[in-house]
Design a protein around this ligand. Structure first.
Ligand code: KIV
Ligand code: ZN
Length: 512
C-alpha cells in the first residue's frame, strides 16, 4: 500500500448528519460524538456550520479546542461573513480546515443563486482566496456537482485550486448519480483539469437512490482519495454514504479495492450505538454492518454451514466491527470491579462519578432482571449519559391501570432542583404518565412519535422508548430505558423536554 492509495475519511455526522430532521444534538452530545470519531481515527471531522447559530459556533469552537489528531472542519457558504466565522470557530484545533461551497449546476445557479455562471466562477476564486488568507487547509465543494455541466465544472475546479483549495469535493447533492457515471465524472476531472495534481479529490454522496456507498466506492476506484460519510448513514433526506459501509467495503474487498485508511473498525458498533442513542434514530435491523441482524444467522441451513466453517456465510467477523457475542455478563452479586471491567470491554470510558451512577442503576436492574446482557448494560449507560445534567429529572412513577378503572399516574420530578409531585389521569397508562409530566411542567409541544423497542429477548427485557416532541418548528428526540416500559416512557419524555429547553434557551432565553 502506498500513500497514493490512502483514503482520507471525512466524517460529517455532526454537520450533514445533524442537519437531518430530528437529529439535532446539544453541545455535550456533539462532544461525545467527536470523541469517538477521534478515537476511531477519522482524518477530518466536519464539526458543524458555525454561522448557522450561536450554538453551532460554540459547538465547533469547543470541539476544535479539544481536538487531537483529527483535523476539525467547519462549513461556510461563499461569503466573507461565513468564512470568517468558520475560521474563528475552527482555529483552536491543531489541524483545522475551512470547507466552503457554492452551487455550480445550471438549475441551482439559475433558481437558487440567481446568478450567471461567470459570476459564480468569480465567487469561487474570491471565496477560496479569502479562506486561504485565514487558514492553510481549504476545501472547496461544487454543490450539485454531479449535475453540473462538465466544461463549467472543470473551470470551477481549476479556479478553486488556483486560489488555494487543496481538497476539491464533488458532491452528488441530490443522490442522482449512478456508479459508472459518477466514476466517469471523477476520471474526467483528473484528465482535464490542468492543476488537479495539486489537490485531493473528494466525494460526498447522498443516498436518495440507495447508491451513496456504491457511488463513493466507484469514485475511489476512479481516483478520488477523500470520502465524506456519516455514522449510520445519517444526513439530509435519505442520508449520506455510511462510514461503516465504506470502511468495511474497503477492508473486506481489499482484493478489488486496494486502498487503506486509518479507521479502527472495532469501534464501529460503539459509534453506531452512540449516535443512535443520541439522535433517537434507530438503525433498521437489516442495515449493513450495524443492523441488529447483520451478523445473525437464522435459517437452519445457514446455522449448519456456520458451525462447519464460519466463512460459509460470513464475509467479515462480528469482532472486526466491535460486535461481541451477546453474553450473560453480570448478576446481582457482581461487584464494582467486574462492572468497571465490563464497561471497559464494551468500550465505555466513563469518569468515576458516571461509573458510580451507572453501577447503582445496574444493581437495581439486576434485582429486577434475572439475566443481564451486554445490550442491557449498553442501554443503561446510554440512558445514564443522556439523563446527566438535566434541568428536569425523573424521580419516581406509580401507576394504577388495568381494565377496571381509568389509569392514574403518581409522578415525582425534580425541576430546577425542587421536588414536585402530581397525580394525573389519562386514557391508558402512557397517556396518564404524559399528562402528569405536562401538569408538572406545562408546555405546548406536540408528541409526534412514541416508539417502544425491547433491548433483549424475554418478558423481563428492558424497554427502550423513543419520544419525538415538536414545538414551533423545533423537533427533539428523547430516549429512556428501563425494565418497566412506563418508567422508560417517562424518562424518554423528560429527556425530550430537557432537549427542548436547551433549544429554547438558544433561540429565546427570555422564554425561560
Ligand atoms: O450535499 C452537499 O452538496 C453538501 C455540501 C454543502 C458539501 O452537503
Ligand atoms: Zn450533503
Amino acid at each position: 500500500m502506498t500513500e497514493s492509495n490512502r483514503i482520507v475519511i471525512f466524517d460529517t455526522t455532526l454537520r450533514d448528519g445533524e442537519q437531518s430532521p430530528g437529529c439535532s444534538m446539544n453541545l455535550e452530545e456533539k462532544l461525545k460524538v467527536a470523541v469517538i470519531l477521534e478515537e476511531m481515527g477519522v482524518d477530518v471531522i466536519e464539526a458543524g456550520f458555525p454561522v448557522a447559530s450561536k450554538g453551532d459556533f460554540e459547538a465547533v469552537h469547543t470541539i476544535a479546542a479539544r481536538a487531537g489528531k483529527a483535523a476539525i472542519c467547519g462549513l461556510a457558504r461563499a461569503t466573507k461573513g461565513d468564512i470568517q466565522g468558520c475560521a474563528d470557530a475552527v482555529r483552536a484545533a491543531p489541524r483545522h480546515r475551512i470547507h466552503t461551497f457554492i452551487s455550480t449546476s445550471p438549475l441551482h445557479m439559475k433558481y437558487k443563486l440567481q446568478m450567471a455562471p461567470e459570476r459564480v466562477l468569480e465567487i469561487v476564486s474570491e471565496s477560496v482566496a479569502f479562506a486561504r488568507s485565514l487558514v492553510e487547509d481549504v476545501e472547496w465543494s461544487a454543490e450539485d456537482g454531479s449535475r453540473t455541466e462538465p466544461d463549467f465544472l472543470c473551470r470551477c475546479v481549476e479556479a478553486a485550486i488556483k486560489a488555494g483549495a487543496r481538497t476539491i469535493n464533488i458532491p452528488d447533492t441530490v443522490g442522482y448519480a449512478v456508479p459508472d457515471e459518477y466514476a466517469a465524472l471523477i476520471a474526467m476531472l483528473i484528465n482535464r483539469v490542468p492543476n488537479i495534481d495539486q489537490a485531493v479529490l473528494s466525494v460526498h454522496c447522498h443516498n436518495d437512490l440507495g447508491l451513496a456507498v456504491a457511488n463513493s466506492l466507484a469514485a475511489v476506484q476512479a481516483g478520488a482519495r477523500q470520502v465524506e460519510c456519516t455514522i449510520n448513514g445519517l444526513g439530509e433526506r435519505a442520508g449520506n454514504a455510511a462510514m461503516e459501509e465504506i470502511v468495511m467495503g474497503l477492508r473486506t474487498r481489499a482484493d478489488r479495492l486496494p486502498f487503506h485508511n486509518g479507521i479502527r473498525t472495532e469501534l464501529i458498533t460503539r459509534a453506531s450505538r452512540l449516535v443512535s442513542a443520541i439522535t433517537g434514530i434507530s438503525v433498521q435491523p437489516n442495515k449493513a454492518i450495524v443492523g441488529k441482524n447483520a451478523f445473525a444467522h437464522e435459517s437452519g441451513i445457514h446455522q449448519d454451514g456456520m458451525l462447519k466453517h464460519a466463512q460459509t456465510y460470513e464475509i467479515m467477523t462480528p469482532e472486526s466491527v466491535g460486535l461481541n457475542k451477546s453474553t450473560l455478563v453480570l448478576g446481582k452479586h457482581s461487584g464494582r470491579a467486574a462492572f468497571k471491567a465490563k464497561l471497559k470491554d464494551l468500550g465505555y470510558d466513563l469518569g468515576d462519578n458516571a461509573v458510580e451512577e451507572a453501577f447503582v442503576r445496574f444493581k437495581d436492574l439486576a434485582d429486577r432482571k434475572k439475566d443481564v446482557f451486554d445490550e442491557d448494560i449498553q442501554a443503561l449507560v446510554d440512558d445514564e449519559m443522556v439523563s446527566a445534567d438535566q434541568r428536569i429529572r425523573f424521580v419516581s412513577l406509580d401507576l394504577h391501570c388495568g381494565s377496571k378503572a381509568p389509569a392514574k399516574a403518581d409522578l415525582e420530578l425534580v425541576i430546577d432542583g425542587a421536588a414536585r409531585q402530581v397525580s394525573a389521569g389519562g386514557d391508558g397508562p402512557v397517556d396518564a404518565t404524559f399528562n402528569a409530566i405536562k401538569a408538572l411542567f406545562p408546555h405546548t409541544a406536540d408528541l409526534q412519535l412514541y416508539q417502544v423497542h425491547a433491548v433483549t429477548e424475554g418478558t423481563d427485557a428492558q424497554a427502550e422508548v423513543t419520544v419525538r416532541l415538536s414545538e414551533q418548528g423545533k423537533t427533539v428526540i428523547g430516549q429512556g430505558a428501563h425494565t418497566d416500559t412506563l418508567v422508560a416512557s417517562a424518562r424518554a419524555y423528560v429527556h425530550a423536554l430537557n432537549k427542548l429547553l436547551v433549544k429554547r434557551e438558544k433561540t429565546a432565553p427570555e422564554a425561560l
